[in-house]
Design a protein. Structure first.
Length: 40
């Protein structure tokens, strides 16, 4: 079995329009959930 050599890039991931909208909504209206997702 062959496993690819995966590595994480040092760049920030780019988020789409709806991902940014969801994050903004969570940050403004669901602060506990936002912080939980941010810290995990």
């Amino acid at each position: 079995m062959h496993y690819p050599d995966l590595e994480l890039s040092e760049e920030e991931p780019c988020y789409g329009k709806y991902s940014r909208m969801r994050l903004r909504h969570l940050k403004e209206h669901r602060k506990v959930l936002y912080n939980t997702l941010l810290l995990d």
